[in-house]
Design a protein around this ligand. Structure first.
Ligand SMILES: NC(=O)C1=CN([C@@H]2O[C@H](COP(=O)(O)OP(=O)(O)OC[C@H]3O[C@@H](n4cnc5c(N)ncnc54)[C@H](OP(=O)(O)O)[C@@H]3O)[C@@H](O)[C@H]2O)C=CC1
Ligand SMILES: CC(=O)N[C@@H](CCC(=O)OP(=O)(O)O)C(=O)O
Length: 350
């Protein structure tokens, strides 16, 4: 650190999550961007790639050189796609710089699980299952001293935050959990793809990767790590015509107690969530139905619970959670993790 400022390196600066990190750092106060790397646009000012930064962040893009970056920065935010990220994370960590990895390369507990879902051989297998999951609401102590942090996936954040405490407390059954999520198009990244072209995505909602999305195992893995219980989730993501935001609607069966009503089950689940997140400044257990508009452009999470069925026979628990995929689902979470790693107020810049 110089002048008490945390020096931040952005790796893969031309993408959406990198832009969001740069934007948040402009208002941070205790952290500054000192390095931005790019394979494709070396030498150009960052603001040429992201015009919204013009006149505010004109740092020149440089090639990826871990030894050099370690001299210029205290922490690297690695905003690369999964598969490509792991090698860069390994090289940065070996050069002595702390790393926050935005990809899924270090999120899962085991190499076989990673290789089964990502279809690539992991280049740093000894660290898989040995990197803290960057969710300070559950793992702040480990994050504070970590050399590498695995920033959570966007959909998993919206599911793990409400489900893990309820599973841990034994309030919902562990099988038959359905997670139905809708994401804005920025969740797919900035590289052009057929499905994210305007005429494909606008005025349309579509499901994709049914029963085969890689975030299903991430949700199961992390709920297990937090609750100690094995859960079975069925996850369906949808692409929606919004720039950003995720709304997840989740269905589970309650563990009933004698005399339970719809109202008593709802009260018990809401009380558990409120107690879990009582001291967490970004997590809000609300009475209203959360919407993406309530949280976009913020690091805040809103969640609530409803219960369906005749009043004396509660059937299904319905949980609704809203986040911003680029903020608490990616770059905001990374800034929060960085704050915890460097011992500053976790809300700084957020
Ligand atoms: N978008 C979102 O909402 C979320 C994204 N994430 C994760 O964050 C990471 C970044 O996402 P996002 O910013 O959306 O992605 P983008 O596609 O917008 O940007 C990724 C950047 O990585 C660089 N890059 C692309 N391919 C390679 C490669 N093969 N080797 C090295 N560098 C490469 C490029 O930068 P350059 O050419 O400048 O080097 C590119 O601009 C991904 O792992 C993603 O899964 C996680 C949660 C939410
Ligand atoms: C809308 C959309 O396409 N979303 C992306 C997930 C976003 C993400 O960043 O996930 P990882 O960090 O785990 O890669 C998808 O479904 O692949």
């Amino acid at each position: 650190m110089t002048n008490n400022m945390i020096r931040v390196a952005l790796i893969g600066s031309t993408g959406y999550t990198a832009l969001e990190v740069a934007r948040l750092l402009l208002a941070h106060g205790k952290a500054e961007l000192t390095v931005a790397t790019s394979r494709s646009d070396e030498g150009k000012p960052l603001s040429e790639i992201h015009p919204s930064l013009a006149g505010r962040c004109d740092i020149a893009l440089q090639p990826f050189d871990p030894e050099q970056i370690a001299k210029q920065a205290d922490v690297a935010m690695c905003c690369l796609p999964h598969g490509a990220s792991a090698e860069s994370v390994r090289d940065l960590a070996s050069a002595g710089i702390r790393v926050i990895d935005f990809s899924a390369d270090f999120r899962l507990s085991s190499v076989p699980l990673y290789e089964q879902w990502y279809g690539v051989t992991h280049p740093w297998p000894e660290r898989v299952g040995n990197v803290v999951y960057g969710m300070p609401e559950f793992f702040a102590q480990e994050i504070a001293t970590a050399d590498v942090v695995a920033n959570p996936g966007c959909y998993p954040t919206s599911a793990i935050m409400p489900l893990a405490p309820l599973v841990r407390a034994g309030l919902i059954q562990t099988d038959d959990i359905i997670i139905d999520s809708k994401s804005g198009v920025s969740g797919a990244g900035r590289s052009p793809k057929l499905g994210t072209l305007y005429c494909e995505a606008n005025e349309s909602i579509s499901a994709y990767s049914i029963a085969s999305h890689r975030h299903g195992p991430e949700m199961q893995d992390l709920i297990h790590r937090i609750s100690g219980k094995t859960v079975d989730v069925l996850f369906t993501p949808h692409l929606t015509p919004m720039d950003r935001g995720i709304l997840s609607t989740m269905y589970a069966r309650p563990e009933l107690q004698k005399g339970d009503t719809v109202e008593s089950v709802k009260a018990r689940l809401m009380a558990e969530l409120r107690e879990t997140y009582r001291d967490q400044p970004f997590i809000h257990v609300v009475d209203h139905l959360p919407a993406t508009k309530h949280v976009v452009m913020t690091n805040h999470v809103q969640m609530t619970v409803r219960v369906a069925g005749p009043s004396d026979a509660p059937g299904r628990v319905i949980i609704v959670c809203a986040i911003d995929n680029l903020s608490k689902g990616a770059s905001g979470a990374a800034i929060q993790n960085m704050n915890v790693m460097f011992g500053v107020d976790q809300m700084m810049g957020l």
